[in-house]
Design a protein around this ligand. Structure first.
Ligand SMILES: [Zn+2]
Length: 222
C-alpha cells in the first residue's frame, strides 16, 4: 500500500451511528437550537440549509476579524464538538490541529465560490483529511439513505462535515456557501440570492467598507 493509498474501511460494528443525534436534530427542527454560534448571522442572513449548516458552523468557529477562535484550544474544540452532537470526550492536540487545517482548507474552497482563485493546495488538504475519515452508506430512522461516518470520535466528526459537503454538492447548495469577499472578514455565509451574486456577509458592513475602499483607491489613482 503506497503512502497515499486509502486505508481500508474499519469493521462495520457501529451500534449507534456517529453523528446521528445531530442529523435527527436537523431533521426535526430544521436546525438544532443547540448551535449557539450560528445565531445572529451578519446582515440578518439565514443559516445554510440542512447539514450544510454544520459546515458553515465549522468554518465560522473562527471569527477571522474579531476572534474568538473556538479551535484555539483542545477544550474549545471539544466544546464545539459536543455542542454539535458529537460524543468526543477529550480530543487531543493533534485532532485540534487537524481541525484547524481542515477548517482553513474549507474556507479556501468557500473563497473559490466567491470569485477567489482556485486553491489546489486546499483541495489537496481536504482530500488528505478525507482519506482518514471514511464514509459509509446508511439509512436513517425514516428509511432515507445517505452518507454517514464509519467511525466514532474526531474522525467521525470530520467525516460528518465532509459528508455534509458531499450532500450539498449533490443538492446544488454547495456553491452558495461562500467566504465573505472582504478579506478581513471571510465569514462563511449562505447566499440565497437568485443569481448567486452575493459577495459580502453583510452589505451594510463589509459591502460598504469594501466599496468605500475601492472609491478611495480610485480617487488616489484619478
Ligand atoms: Zn464580511
Amino acid at each position: 500500500m503506497g503512502p497515499d493509498a486509502v486505508p481500508p474501511l474499519p469493521e462495520a460494528k457501529v451500534h449507534r451511528r456517529p453523528g446521528s443525534v445531530l442529523r435527527e436534530d436537523y431533521r426535526r427542527n430544521g436546525f438544532g437550537g443547540n448551535v449557539v454560534c450560528m445565531k445572529g448571522q451578519p446582515g440578518n442572513r439565514a443559516i445554510a440549509p440542512g447539514r450544510l449548516a454544520l459546515v458553515q458552523s465549522f468554518v465560522n468557529s473562527l471569527n477571522v476579524e474579531f476572534g474568538p477562535d473556538e479551535f484555539a484550544t483542545v477544550e474549545g474544540f471539544g466544546g464545539w464538538l459536543r455542542r454539535h452532537g458529537f460524543d468526543v470526550p477529550a480530543p487531543g492536540e493533534l485532532d485540534r490541529r487537524e481541525a484547524v487545517i481542515l477548517r482553513e482548507a474549507l474556507r479556501a474552497l468557500l473563497r473559490e465560490h466567491n470569485g477567489g482563485d482556485a486553491d489546489p493546495a486546499a483541495r489537496g488538504t481536504v482530500e488528505h483529511v478525507a482519506r482518514g475519515c471514511p464514509l459509509v452508506v446508511e439509512f436513517d430512522g425514516s428509511g432515507a439513505i445517505g452518507l454517514g461516518p464509519a467511525q466514532h470520535g474526531v474522525r467521525g466528526a470530520f467525516a460528518t462535515v465532509l459528508a455534509a459537503v458531499t450532500e450539498s454538492v449533490i443538492e446544488g447548495s454547495w456553491q452558495r456557501l461562500k467566504a465573505c469577499h472582504e478579506h478581513a472578514c471571510e465569514w462563511a455565509f449562505y447566499d440565497r440570492s437568485r443569481n448567486r451574486t452575493g459577495r459580502w456577509c453583510s452589505m451594510e458592513i463589509c459591502g460598504t467598507r469594501s466599496k468605500m475602499r475601492a472609491y478611495r483607491e480610485s480617487r488616489k489613482r484619478g
